[in-house]
Design a protein around this ligand. Structure first.
Ligand SMILES: Nc1ncnc2c1ncn2[C@@H]1O[C@H](COP(=O)(O)OP(=O)(O)O)[C@@H](O)[C@H]1O
Ligand SMILES: C=C(OP(=O)(O)O)C(=O)O
Ligand SMILES: [Ca+2]
Ligand SMILES: [Mn+2]
Length: 678
């Protein structure tokens, strides 16, 4: 039956056939016409059937003989158990795929019906509905979900996914709580200076139920099953249940997933990395991911939904709750993706020291000769920027573990600040912003979709989250030998710390425990006083145990492996914020290069007053006058006063640590003496 365009069918006179190429003697190539009979069929041809997370490789593993249906059934059962409401004693009915239909819908409706084993204790509307699970989707699939369903998601001109994190554009440390129980009461760091605000088990369960009920009330949730830590002996399995494609893609990029490397990429890596050849690839295999089983830790991210402020302990509508015994984390009232990343980092700060492994808030890279450097520093001091170095292999930009064998990245991706990002200054980060990358809270041209990286309209904390492979020279697998240099980064907005100084072990420990940086509070409305921040181990916000636990381990490791400590000021020189200038990135890079090459170790040094820091007399490519801060300041009196002011702040801060013992008695004494003297 033919339609005539008006919707009414009528007999038609056939049109005269048009002369085709065939008539001109060119053979008809049937590839020119599609096989499909309908538009739907045509569309179905476009997408080749695949099961990216269930590659039946046939050989290894106990699960190898499972049918695809059985595999998926077990996966869904496990997800249903994860999402179980503990008061009702049952998990939701989960089904794989998009509620909107599409290729997943048919997968497991039937299988599912047969396999809800837990009894339904009380029936409510929520137990009648299905929760669709979008499990380990690929970037392409997540893009489609985000662009279609999440307001504020756009395709940027580079191919990156621009998105908004909502009302919160940074972490909420005052809303981070940890469950106190018989074990954690003794084990964890509580009280003054600790980031761990206590909460009881019952309140945790209230928030957990709230998050789980919210997630189950949605038509669909995203589930990521991933790994932490590239060291295969100390890998942790995590499950992230979230309500946004943005969160799922963020975690996909930032943590470790299985990626089948295109062969060409492998060859390139082999050529680049001497030690790649013969090195076992420790990315989890498809098989491992398939046999994921029970996660070691689960995050319930219901960030779109607030906590109830009438709930005990709640002081705002945001709560980020960690329960170590239950191996769970609940997020309510914030969609900032960094909470998940840093929440898992806190977990590692608890789990790893128990295994005598030091967890580090640091970037890490490796030279061609295998020399490894760590970059410690608080947010904004340059870990990501300076560890991303065109002449070195990037191991990671933010979170690492130092075991008896190696330094390994906890993550599989980077989270770079984008404010004022430029192609000239940071080409590798610039080029990493492409298809697959999540761009948070940036402003772009409505029409061209070109991002304006100088625009702070949404926030100053604009970010790009990309897999480490997006950097041209990643060290994959992301681990390396024991570090040779330990670089402590401080962005000193007072402008009195030298751009670089060589530290003794005691000084390294003093500055590591102090964890100093000084940023400028409000950069918008004219000049503001720099605010000093002291954050033990350059990341107190993520510590679970007392800072000295980590400090002792760092001292031991540095001693054992002969690592040299350096203090690098990436902040101001020639005056404080307002009168001086931020040290130029190319100079900081020159300084860092001189550390890596070993040339700085051979320089001649002079000791400074008050802080007793050893400053090199010269570094190739760095103006001599900036190396000594007092030379760079025009007003010597102001310099001296500012220096003494900062020294006083250091002294006050260190007071809480003076009663602790770090290593041998001698080292403890030396550390106390390694601070400013005035
Ligand atoms: N001399 C410098 N050294 C390092 N970073 C600098 C310097 N001058 C400006 N910057 C800027 O400071 C920011 C450092 O942030 P980032 O590397 O993300 O820190 P972190 O990873 O430690 O949080 C970047 O935006 C970088 O461009
Ligand atoms: C993600 C963060 O890390 P950093 O700023 O150190 O890169 C953060 O502190 O929220
Ligand atoms: Ca960073
Ligand atoms: Mn960081």
């Amino acid at each position: 039956m033919a339609a005539n365009g008006t919707g009414v069918t009528s007999p038609r006179t056939p049109l005269k056939s048009i002369l085709t190429d065939k008539a001109k003697g060119i053979p008809n190539d049937s590839a020119g016409t599609v096989k499909a009979q309908t538009i739907e069929e045509l569309h179905s041809l476009q997408r080749k059937r695949s099961a990216p997370n269930t590659p039946l490789q046939g050989t290894a593993g106990a699960f190898a003989n499972l049918s695809e249906d059985e595999r998926q059934r077990q996966q869904l059962q496990s997800i249903s158990a994860s999402l179980a409401s503990l008061t009702r004693g049952t998990g939701p009915k989960v089904i794989r795929g998009d509620p909107g239909g599409g290729k997943y819908q048919a997968v497991s409706l039937v299988a599912h019906h047969h396999h809800i084993e837990a009894p339904v204790i009380s029936v409510s509307d929520s137990s009648l509905k299905f929760t669709h699970v979008l499990y380990n989707l690929s970037p392409g699939e997540l893009y489609e979900q985000a662009l279609k369903y999440e307001k504020g998601s756009f395709l940027a001109s580079t191919g990156a996914l621009a998105t908004l994190s909502g009302a919160k554009t940074g972490r909420s440390p005052r809303d981070k709580r940890v469950v106190i129980d018989d074990t954690t009461q003794d084990e964890l760091w509580w009280g003054k200076g600790s980031p761990n605000i206590e909460m009881d088990e019952h309140t945790f369960m209230v928030n957990r139920e709230r998050a789980v009920d919210y997630l189950n009330s949605l038509d669909k949730v995203f589930v990521n099953d991933q790994f932490l830590n590239w060291d295969p002996k100390n890998r942790i399995k995590v499950r992230i249940v979230s309500c946004r494609a943005y969160h799922s893609l963020f975690m996909h990029n930032i943590f470790i997933i299985h990626i089948e490397f295109p062969w060409r990429h492998m060859v390139k890596l082999r050529l680049q990395l001497d030690n790649w050849v013969g090195c076992r690839c420790i990315r989890p295999t498809s098989q491992e991911l398939e046999n994921f089983g029970t996660p070691d830790f689960t995050i319930y991210n219901a960030g779109q939904f607030p906590c109830n402020r009438y709930t005990h302990y709640m002081t705002s509508s945001t709560s980020i709750d960690i329960n170590l015994k239950r191996k769970e984390m609940v997020i309510l009232g914030t969609q900032y993706a960094g909470e998940m990343k840093k929440g898992l980092f806190s977990l590692m700060h608890y789990l790893m020291p128990k295994r005598h492994i030091l967890s580090l808030h640091s970037g890490c890279n490796m030279g061609k000769d295998g020399d490894v450097a760590l970059f410690f520093g608080l947010s904004g001091t340059g870990k990501t920027t300076l560890s991303t170095d065109h002449n070195r292999f990037l191991i990671g930009d933010d979170e690492h573990c130092w075991s008896d064998d190696c330094v390994s990245n906890i993550e599989g991706g980077c989270y770079a600040k984008c404010i004022d990002l430029s192609k000239e200054k940071e080409p590798d980060i610039w080029n990493a912003i492409k298809f697959g990358t999540v761009l948070e809270n940036v402003v772009f041209d409505e029409h061209t979709r070109e991002v304006d990286y100088t625009d702070k309209s949404v926030t100053e904390n604009t970010r790009a989250a990309y897999p480490i492979e997006f950097i041209p020279n990643p060290k994959i697998p992301c681990f390396g030998p024991h570090p040779k240099n330990v670089i402590l980064l401080a962005c000193d907005a007072f402008g009195v710390l030298p751009p670089v100084s060589k530290l003794s072990l005691a000084q390294t420990m003093y500055h590591f425990i102090s964890g100093y940086t000084a940023l400028v509070a409000g950069t918008v409305d004219g000049i503001k006083e720099p605010t000093a921040t002291f954050s033990a181990c350059f990341g107190a916000a993520f510590l679970m145990l007392h800072p000295t636990t980590y400090a002792v381990m760092l001292a031991e490791k540095m001693q054992k492996h002969g690592a040299t400590g350096w203090l690098v000021n990436t902040g101001w020189c020639g005056g404080s914020y307002g009168s001086g200038n931020r040290i130029k990135l190319p100079y900081s890079r020159k300084i860092i290069s001189a550390i890596h090459s070993g040339s700085l170790l051979k320089a001649t040094y002079e000791k400074t007053e008050v802080f007793g820091l050893k400053i090199p007399n010269e570094i190739e490519g760095v103006p001599k006058e900036i190396l000594r801060p007092e030379n760079a300041w025009a007003d010597k009196e102001a310099y001296k006063n500012t220096l003494l002011k900062l020294a006083g702040l250091f002294k006050n801060n260190f007071e809480t640590f003076t009663e602790y013992k770090i290593g041998e008695d001698k080292l403890t004494e030396e550390i106390l003496a390694a601070g400013p003297i005035f």
